[in-house]
Every structure is written in C-alpha cells, then in structure tokens.
Design a protein around this ligand. Sequence first.
Ligand SMILES: [Zn+2]
Length: 345
Amino acid sequence: MGYCPRCHVPDTLPLDFDGDNVCSICRSYSEPEYLGLEALKREVERFRNPDGRYDCIIPLSGGKDSSYLCYLASRVLGLRVLAVSYDSGFRHPVAGSNIDKLERELGIDIKIVKSPHGDEVSFVRHFLMAARKAGVYWGICTFCHYAIEASVYREARSEGINLILWGNTHHENLWVGMKDKYRMLFSELRGIGPAGWVGFLYHAAVSAIYLFKLRSSLYLPPVRNLFTVSTPPYPPEGIHNIRVFLNFIRWDAEQIIGTLEREIGWEMPAAGEATERFDCLLEPFVNHSWKRSFGLTTKQVISSNLYRSKHLTDNEIDRIYSSREDGERLAEAISEVYRKLGIDE
Ligand SMILES: [Zn+2]
C-alpha cells in the first residue's frame, strides 16, 4: 500500500494517484477564500424579522460546529435564533447535554424534532440485519440525511423564517461517491450464499419501507422528496441557506472549542473518542465500513483534509494514521448498538 506524500491517504482510496503517488485531491487543491465576519453581518441583516419571533434557524447536533454557530449567531450577530435538533434516537449522550447547556446559557429556543413512530430504530434494525453478513454498512445514514434537512425546512415554513445557517465544513468532504460504496457492498455480498441473499433482500426491503414511513411522517413537499436517493430534500421557495464555514469564516477547531468551553461549558466526549462527528452513535458503523472497504476510517480522511489545509501538524497526522486502537474501539461501539437493538451480531 502506498500513501499520498502530501496528505497521507492510502492509494486504496478510489481516487486518481499520479506517478509520485500524489492524490487527485491534493493536485487540484487550493486554499479556500473567506468573505469574513463583516460580510456575514451584512448578509444576515436583510433577514431580520421585524414581526416574527425568530430571525434564523440553526440545525443543531450538539457537536462543536453547530454549537458554535448558535453562539456566533446569538451573541456575535445578535440574531434571534431557533435551533432545530433532529433526534434520531441514536444521539450521543454528551451531544444531548451540550444542547441543554446551549439552551440555558444562550437563552435561545431549541426545538427537538423526533419522528412520531420511531421509524429510525426499525430502519436501522432491519438495515443491520441486512448488512451484518456483508460486514459493511454503506447507506446506514440515508434516513438521517433526509430527516435533518426536512425537519429544518418544515420548521422554517411553519415559523415563517427564511434564513438558515448551516455548519458544514470543507474538511468533512469525504470524496467518495455512492457508486464506489455500493460496488464494495456488492463485492462483500458475493460470498454470502443463497440463504444469505434471501435474508439480505428481505431485510433490505423492510428497511426501505421504514425509510419511506419516516419520510412520510416528516413530509416536505414536493412529492419527489419522498423518493430522492442520496440528494437532500428540495427546500421550500424563498429559503436562503448560508454555509458559514464554507464561505464566510475560516474554521478553527481550537478557537471554536475554546470559546464553547469558556462561554457555554460545552464538553467533548471522554478522551479517546473521535473528536470529529462524535454526536451520532452510528458513526462507528461508517468508520468501520470505510476501514474495511477503502483501508482508512472517516476520521482519517477528515484528518487528511485538515492536514492538507494546514489545520494539523506533521506529528498530529502521523499519530492519527498510526493509531491502532481504533479497531478495538470501533468493534466495541458497534457491538453496543447491536446489543441496544437486541440483534445478534
Ligand atoms: Zn493527497
């Protein structure tokens, strides 16, 4: 196995590597430009809502990026914030307690959205029963991709809010499309035998029914939203999405975490757990699938992105790539979800 000398990703990742093993992401990389805080202040000004209760919505997971946006919007930009948090039933407990602290310390309103019938848990249960023989879990996040955005847009519509501030970051781009992921899933399924296939198809079909039920219960017009595969739902007319860390402000972990700890009492999960995307208990399934199919975890892809954009030092990226404890911790976190759902692994 070779590694890209600029960002450390292994050449098992389905990217294009040149003669010197430099990956296609590094070859086309250029430092993003940011418009800055003053430009953001000007941009949000026209969305102040003279009659309504709120000026903007912030989708909130309880992780550091969305938590920081709540702080920034309410304390720095002076906006009246409604944070919308979709609770799938798989939220990390520390993320839940961070959400409570934000509500208390910032005095913002937080709307927790849960689906009325708990279809996520049924979806995940059948999804795991379908995928456990294959040992990779590509597609497990499908329900959430839809539910988060649909919850936010539904709330925007009912409250008459036109501005949404999103916490997406450049380094969360994982570069690999669904086509490659499904190719890896089907190569794992090749050896499971006829009985294995019957089980796979049955549970895959049942999980698809629960996915459809979940989307119906968080329905957002138009009807084609019920059938989108990997794209998010279509937003209602008039919604203005601002991706703060993509276009306006350079993301800086140290500053974000420092501010949140000081101002909110915000917490990270126990030492050793992934600091990126810890907020969902299903994240270990994603990490595990990456490791098995492409030879590295999502945490490592994200770290490579951070290293490329000079957010990590040589020592930090070396440590993340040589860490072997990931395997055991992932296996334990995965077993815990199986136990919680009462399924044999
Ligand atoms: Zn590279």
